[in-house]
Design a protein around this ligand. Sequence first.
Ligand code: MLT
Length: 403
Amino acid sequence: MDKINPNFQKLAPSYLFSEIAHRMGAYQEANPTAKLIKMGIGDVTRPLPSACIRAMHEAVDELASIESMKGYGPEAGYLFLRQAISDADYKARGVDIAPSEIFVSDGAKSDTANFSDLFGSGIKLGITNPVYPVYVDANAMGGHAGDPDGRGNWSGITYLPTNASNGFVPELLKAHLDVIYLCFPNNPTGTTLKKAQLKEWVDYALREKALIFFDAAYERFITENDVPHSIYEIEGAKECAIEFRSFSKTAGFTGVRCGYTVVPHDVKSNGVELNALWSRRQTTKFNGASYISQKGAAAIYTPEGHEEAMALIKYYLENARTIREAMTRAGYECFGGVNAPYVWIKTPADFPKSWDFFQYLMEEKNVISTPGVGFGSEGEGYIRLSAFNTHELTSEAMNRILR
Ligand code: MLT
């Protein structure tokens, strides 16, 4: 008898960003005077919008008095936040999503991972490659991914390559899939799908009675027209798609923790509403995001909060432009960074392996990147640079790399 879940033993020993943190820590310890510039994990560096900070202070004060203190909140989130999301993120874009279809959480990472709790055995998964590693690792933990092949792929996953040769657009399959994970604007490549391209996948899902898990964590970074902010802008998506959103990159909430997932009532599997199942899962295993985080998140929807959050996005996008332009000038092939805070960069010919280039950048330039292969086999030969640093350090990193 297995005392522990044997699927955990199939996983790589550490999660991608833990491995990077480990290598970075070891290097820093051996080289205490090195001034590392972190452009690896997409973690924010700017202070949060003052409207959010004020709202969180007020929330703390409310907890201090007998009249306004709060205990457990509603597991799916306070109505003040779900209503604000419904109005500003959906109704304002012509999409009808009711508060009862919105589940507030501690972020998109946990929701994209936890949703696989709902999967039955033998599910056919389609996952883009490269991809945010959480989708694959979480499915591997749940026994839905089969076995690793030693080259970064899993036997139970159908990979949908999104690379330079297909313009980073996953091609439709003839084969049947039950669940397809899509993340756009994309992490890690920073690329997007146009409405017509996303519509093809929605049509596929409707035809195949499949589900699309749409990770829209980077939606606020969209600058171009015709790039959908929500999958529900596509007709029919309310019958086949779950959408994940996050306040982490939108308003600097990586440490505060708050996000949400939309599960429309019309999304069903074998006649069962996923909304009811997700509610059952969440009410059992999750007690809701803190009142303080939710008050902070609701402030993003005030005029002042919105303006401040958009200023943060603009700041980070300016860094993305700095990276893209500097690296392109130096002859690197670059993608993304226009509608996303990530720039996806082909490694130079003398460093065909992502980890080797990562190591070179760390040791010779003191710049931390993320090796593309950490996001899947199609990421080999690429690195990702994150735009979440300061203007000064981003420019300094470019100077160091190009020197
Ligand atoms: C990333 O760098 O890919 C993200 O910050 C990871 C995350 O959001 O969990």
